[in-house]
Design a protein around this ligand. Structure first.
Ligand code: FES
Length: 158
């Protein structure tokens, strides 16, 4: 699979210590939670026994992913952005879309990846406590645009 070669972002090299965000028993009930981790808003999903964390705002136009439904597309669990229905894989942050062949309109549309669009963070569980470690991949992902500066407008109650 070709995920393209994203632009390098030297500012993302910093190592962030992991941050406690909540209790395992709570997220297992709610299946999602939001948190502010080192001043970055993230959503954590608990889906089919696995944890996934990503930037809370959709890479497309900043939609609130913590309000999106989880659905499988092409066998891959995705969050569907509530604003324009873009599909983002929980495991990798790839944007998925369906491609059709205009020369063969009767052919079944195929699921394709646009590459990684949403920054994914690491979730660890220790003794019933959930921690998030921010990704410091030194590349620019589209969701970075909405995770910093003036666009960072979803406020999680403290
Ligand atoms: Fe998410 Fe447009 S803002 S699909």
């Amino acid at each position: 699979m070709d995920l393209g070669s994203p632009e390098q972002d030297p500012e993302m090299k910093e190592e962030y210590p992991s941050v406690y965000v909540g209790r395992e028993e709570d997220i297992k009930k709610s299946e999602r939670m939001t948190a502010v981790v080192h001043d970055r808003e993230v959503v954590i999903f608990y889906h089919k026994g696995e944890y996934h964390a990503m930037d809370i705002r959709c890479y497309h136009s900043g939609g609130p992913l913590h309000l999106g439904e989880i659905e499988d597309f092409d066998g891959r669990p995705c969050v569907v952005c509530p604003w324009h229905k873009f599909k983002i894989t929980l495991a990798t942050g790839e944007g998925l879309y369906q491609s059709i062949n205009p020369k063969d309109p009767s052919a079944k549309p195929k699921w394709c990846s646009k590459g990684i669009k949403q920054r994914i963070h690491t979730v660890t569980v220790d003794n019933g406590k959930i921690y998030v470690t921010l990704s410091n991949e030194p590349v620019k992902y589209d969701s970075d645009f909405y995770a910093t500066g003036n666009f960072k407008v979803i406020k999680t109650p403290s």
